[in-house]
Design a protein around this ligand. Structure first.
Ligand SMILES: NC(=O)c1ccc[n+]([C@@H]2O[C@H](COP(=O)([O-])OP(=O)(O)OC[C@H]3O[C@@H](n4cnc5c(N)ncnc54)[C@H](OP(=O)(O)O)[C@@H]3O)[C@@H](O)[C@H]2O)c1
Length: 268
């Protein structure tokens, strides 16, 4: 058991952790993309469980609102654009000088820009790769260096079921999420030897700003519920790659097994 983890008790029966598993908690976390949606819900739930949280994103007013929700001295606000990956090391140092050693990173920042059926706009695609993949790599690399050296910690990356296949409607978003899922798997394979858990989360549809205005979404869940399941998986320890909620795993298996010629005809 890593010195970074406090043992907080025995698990309640849950989707993610069953039986007698020992649950983890964290002293200090960084949540990137904490200004709304799933990242905000994760930050609030972590703080409610006693973790001090550095809230990172671009919209300062929204970060301040989340810090007020959390209250007390448990939240720290840092304005940052994930496209500025070179700033991450300095920012991490700054956060650690205020909070102490960070034993959890959650990367929740994400961007999905609608693209028209006949549209191939490099600028939109580049922005989606920058936020969903390159920015993630900047934070994940930084977490890996520090947590490997300290022999402990938890890294959570919010990927998506969208990364399972390349669809007509969202090529860059799909490809960036597929890249993120693969990068997280490689990190998990490298870091598990050093007591670092890397958790990949692939949500289905979640009711946030990202899905606003989209009708008829299958199995839509709230951001609070997505955060709750995500943290159950993280607390259960051992690196995982999980669909949220779990029933998306079956859909994902079917979609991924489908031959390319058939998937193409389905126009999804
Ligand atoms: N909603 C869904 O159905 C769904 C499904 C699967 C996966 N996901 C993933 O879940 C994650 C959270 O999304 P959400 O649904 O909670 O949507 P959201 O409410 O729009 O949250 C997106 C977050 O990303 C941050 N962000 C965007 N661009 C950024 C930038 N350049 N620099 C720093 N932060 C940036 C936003 O903060 P600022 O704007 O303040 O910078 C915000 O905190 C994303 O990775 C998304 O791809 C969502």
């Amino acid at each position: 058991m890593s010195p970074f983890f406090r043992v907080v008790g025995r698990s309640e029966s849950s989707d993610a952790a069953k039986g007698d598993a020992i649950l983890k908690s964290w002293k200090n976390a960084i949540v990137v993309g904490a200004s709304s949606g799933i990242g905000e819900a994760i930050a609030v739930q972590l703080a409610a469980a006693g973790t001090r949280v550095a809230l990172v994103a671009r919209r300062e007013a929204e970060l301040q609102r989340v810090a007020e929700r959390i209250g007390g001295d448990q939240a720290l606000v840092r304005v940052h654009d994930v496209c500025d990956g070179d700033d991450v090391a300095g920012l991490w140092d700054e956060i650690e000088s205020e909070l102490g050693a960070v034993d959890m990173l959650v990367y929740a920042s994400g961007l999905m820009i609608p693209v028209d059926e006949h549209e191939y706009t490099f600028d939109k695609d580049r922005r989606m790769f920058a936020v969903n993949l390159v920015g993630a790599v900047a934070w994940l690399d930084q977490a890996a260096v520090r947590m490997e050296a300290r022999r402990g910690g938890t890294i959570v990356g919010i990927s998506s079921i969208a990364g399972d296949r390349g669809r007509r409607g969202a090529p860059a978003y799909n490809a960036a999420k597929a890249g993120l899922t693969t990068f997280l798997e490689a990190l998990r394979n490298r870091l598990s030897r050093f007591g670092v858990d890397v958790v990949t989360i692939r949500p289905g549809f979640v009711d946030t700003a990202m899905t606003q205005g989209m009708d008829g979404l299958l199995w839509l869940i709230s951001a609070d519920r997505a955060a709750e399941i995500t943290l159950q998986h993280a607390r259960a320890g051992s690196g995982r790659d999980r669909h949220v909620p779990a029933r998306w795993w079956l859909v994902s298996c079917v979609i991924r097994c489908m031959p390319s010629w058939l998937f193409r005809r389905m126009s999804i």
